[in-house]
Design a protein around this ligand. Sequence first.
Ligand code: KG4
Ligand code: ZN
Length: 337
Amino acid sequence: MLVLGIETSCDETGIALYDAKRGLLAHTIYSQTDIHAKWGGVVPELASRDHVRKAVPLIDEVLIKAGITCKDIEGVAYTKGPGLVGALLIGAMLGRTLGFALGVPTIGVHHLEGHLLAPFLELNPPAFPFLALLVSGGHTELVKVEGLGKYEIIGDTLDDAAGEAFDKTAKLLGLGYPGGAALAKLAEKGDPKRFHFPRPMIDRPGLDFSFSGLKTFALHTVESHGNDNQTKADIARAFEDAVVETLTIKCRRALQQTGFRTLVIAGGVGANSALRHALHEMCKKHEAALYFPRLEFCTDNGAMIAYVGCQRLMAGEREAFGVEVFPRWPLDQLQGS
Ligand code: KG4
Ligand code: ZN
């Protein structure tokens, strides 16, 4: 089955074509970063309007890249939630309309299920069951993944998500929006010994996270030490070290608790190379296998939506008549096919 995937949950328009037998045929991602940067964050109305402008030309682009026409499409998948309601509605409306016009089935996909299963786009995918660390702009979760749709959240953030903490700290260091990747780049020049940030909640039992205190700690450090370039780099380094070590400790604890031997990293913060390195070392020591998708499939993309849509459509799932989106949609409400 050949499925068109449409991702419009936030500020990236991602379009892809995934075939059950041949794998990923083509994909493209358009990021709206430049549009939102001057406002210091995503402006929902501007995001929706830009998805309207970009989605159809991007579909034409992937069809050309894959060397097929829209008549070859056998199913359409789009992100149904969670996300910005207006942005989601653009993808849902487009997906449902295309499905109707082409006479093919459609399916609304959970954005986080897309992130969780993105490693299946790679040649050497993990086997179920596995533990997943889902670290994106809006979520920081440890998830027991037993199979498609069989997800149990065993750790969650009590306040800011890891990506949100990266973005807020980057903003106070004057790195613009979204600042996660820029902060990581600056941290490379930082002195790891100059500042020590706390590792939140590691001395408590359990697998939950709390990252909002770190940005406050960064703010106080800026206020007391100034914000010359070297100090900013040192703060970025101390912040990144604290997030990475906290995530690594909780992943180790979760592997021990579940007895699972496979860890999957999903979501935008999974693009962070310090985090990848630390988890790689931890997994080596504890004889666990580590999987993460290629960098472009860590952040939002259409390929992960096309992949999940393909699995669910092949299992016989279909979207009900009408257009429905879920801006809030807990991952553990999903069911297997
Ligand atoms: O998964 P994603 O693309 O979107 C959501 O579903 O939220 O994640 C975006 C988040 C942003 O907070 C961004 O700053 C962060 O991922 N991010 C990074 C890096 N690249 C993206 N954080 C740290 N280091 C990076 N290299
Ligand atoms: Zn995402």
